[in-house]
Design a protein around this ligand. Structure first.
Ligand SMILES: [Zn+2]
Length: 365
């Protein structure tokens, strides 16, 4: 039988929780990691309608993109929809899980799904973010390769299109074991010299803890030594937004109409069409106005995002076309990511897309 934990582990392997923004609240917000799951409902937002749909459909796990809870809750009175949803979820043993800004930041996350819908090629992260570290450790010469191999197997040591990147220097380590110690080599009370290898490799934040656990498990010493140094560059494969190219240049107005259709927009707001042809396209799911300058700097012809305010549109400055397609519209396909992640390795439960359109924004046409 599949548990909540089995499912959330798959999502977090793809979108580690440590990638989420400080204001965010991704993860399991209601329920029990050990609860058994027979049916999953996928949604962008959690509303009372979605909770009712889950109860009526016999779903016991709801996976959403936007978390239900963002702020502290001091009581469970039924005076707003968040608390009413929570109480009803608890009464019906519903588990609620969300992957939000961690899924925005993950490689092939929310914005990459938008880019795929637009069939962009040569996709890369528009605004790299996520910490990178140098992880260094000292191993006796005879064990160095085995320990290094075990740690690299956790996924560190990737630079661009290269894997297993490490730098290894030989040197002499010294130590003296004191009574109570159980030294791997050397004798209690005698200074020992050991030929050791210092291994250095680059590692992203989300692999740090597991890599340290692996070091401790694989290393022969009682007290392995390691150092972690934060690098001054962001991880190029995690971050916000995507920039890519259209397979064929497109007439700007025709392309805008296609975007409107692909994202099922009732309306689409855009800045002046300052470019006749679109080749390079930047996208960011959700509120992405803060990345306009990144899109201009990387010579995108159009930047597709949402939640633009009046003054934000002036930032286009005839250098780019800004297209605001709506927050929900930009993120609607995120549900597909959940579906694929969860069904790729697990199959002994039902899974369904919510039939509720949770978009709170409507247009009078
Ligand atoms: Zn959003």
């Amino acid at each position: 039988m599949t548990t909540v934990k089995d499912i959330t582990r798959l999502i977090e392997e793809f979108a580690p929780l440590c990638l989420q923004e400080s204001y965010d609240n991704a993860g399991l917000v209601c329920g029990n990691p050990e609860a058994q799951i027979s049916s999953v409902l996928l949604t962008i937002d959690i509303t009372e309608e979605v909770i009712d749909e889950a109860i009526a459909g016999g779903h016991n796990l709801i996976i959403s993109h936007h978390p239900l809870i963002f702020q502290g809750i001091k009581n469970l009175l039924p005076d707003n929809y968040v608390k009413r949803c929570l109480v009803k979820a608890i009464q019906h043993n519903l588990n609620i899980y969300s992957a939000h800004t961690n899924l925005d930041m993950a490689p092939h996350g929310v914005s990459a799904r938008m880019a795929d819908k637009l069939e962009l090629i040569h996709q890369k992260i528009l605004h790299p973010a996520g910490k990178l570290y140098t992880f260094s450790f000292y191993t006796p010469l005879a064990d160095a390769e085995r320990v290094r191999t075990a740690i690299l197997a956790e996924g560190g040591g990737h630079i661009g299109q290269y894997s297993h990147c490490s730098f290894n220097t030989e040197g002499k380590g010294t130590f003296q074991a004191h009574p109570g110690a159980r030294p791997y080599v050397g004798e209690i009370g005698k200074i020992h010299e050991e030929q050791e290898v210092k291994t250095e490799l680059t590692i992203p934040q989300h692999l740090l803890n597991q890599s340290i656990r692996t070091l401790l498990a694989a290393h022969p010493y009682e007290e392995p030594v390691w150092n972690i140094t934060e690098l001054d560059k962001a991880n190029p494969i995690t971050g916000l937004g995507i920039i890519g190219e259209l397979p064929q240049p497109a007439d700007s107005l025709t392309f805008l109409r296609q975007v409107k259709e692909i994202f099922h927009c009732s309306g689409l707001r855009h800045s002046p069409i300052c470019k006749p042809v679109i080749e390079k396209v930047a996208v960011c799911g959700g509120s992405g106005a803060f990345l306009t300058r990144d899109a201009i700097a990387q010579k995108a012809d159009i930047y597709i995002s949402a939640d633009y305010k009046y003054h934000d549109f002036f930032e286009a400055e005839n250098q780019i076309i800004i297209a605001d397609i709506g927050h929900y519209e930009s993120e609607q396909y995120t549900k597909e990511i959940f579906y694929e992640l969860v069904t790729k390795k697990l199959s002994n439960f039902a899974i369904q897309f919510s039939k509720v359109t949770t978009n709170p924004v409507h247009y009078l046409l």
